[in-house]
Ligand binder design. Sequence first.
Ligand code: 2GW
Ligand code: MN
Length: 297
Amino acid sequence: ADGLLQHKTTQGRVVRNHLTGNLGRTDVASVTQWLAPIVWEGTFDSTVIDSIYKQQNITVATTVFALGKYTRFLKDFLESAEEHYFVGFRVHYYLFTDQPEEVPNVKLGQERYLTVKKLPSMNRWQDISMSRMGILEKLIKDELASEADYIFCLDVDTKFHGRWSVESLGRLVGVIHPWFFDAPRFIFTYERRPESQAYIPAEEGDYYFTGAAFGGSLEDVHHLTKTCREQMNIDIANSIEAIWHEESHLNKYFLHNKPSKLLSPEYLWRDISMSSGYVKIIRFSHVAKNNAEVRPN
Ligand code: 2GW
Ligand code: MN
């Protein structure tokens, strides 16, 4: 009887048909109201999805900024990425720093590349964080077109602990903020002042996304970074700074430009000492950092 319900794929793997599919989660939503998948452990088959992308010869540009004392995070970031991030696929890191001499010498695997770009030092950390949008906009436009297919933009005070790979790819990809994935909308820390371009009214908004990780196709991420940069410039002209800086503008952008794929907080957890029954595997997390020690002001 099982023969009717199953068939063999070309790889010879037995899969169930659409009526008896064995993938999925019942404890968390794995699709949005606009039918974008929300990627959780248990919602995809890594062997199947790897074999699809293996045929495509893709390059994933990955940007990270490390200015001032944040260069200390680079070693763990890069070493853990080499262990867990798009393993077996071509990755090109673009690392922006004011101190190229502090970039550690991390051994990269085959088809893994690192380009270091020098930036001037900045005094205000809010400027570091917010200037990323304009710098990424320019990188994508001037350099990436013939170099990469997808891009992810990541915080550096982070580390990989588990697989982050092709299951995360999509046209426009947002990561649900680990503090708010189980919170009701009124808790979300969207910008609430109508004077800011990042303003989101109380009755709007679907998810609260982190600024620490986002990505997608070059075209879509270019439009995202350009829009956020423009909106932040309008705010500057109006002498207002959004509560969570470019993260607030990113959330506004995603409200009107729905991500085509969402990544669960497995893809940016708070720090590994924290746990949640929903998060079966921590793939990427913030590292616990001593703010007083690493932040200049
Ligand atoms: C220095 C003082 C205070 C805060 C940040 C910095 C700082 C940040 C720095 O001295 N050098 C530096 O390279 N950065 C870069 O900015 C670095 O890539 C870092 O990961 C990123 C964001 O700063 P971070 O990680 O300290 O902020 P979080 O983890 O509290 O970030 C969330 O909120 C930010 C906006 O306020 C961003 O949206 C960020 O993406 C979010 O994760
Ligand atoms: Mn961070």
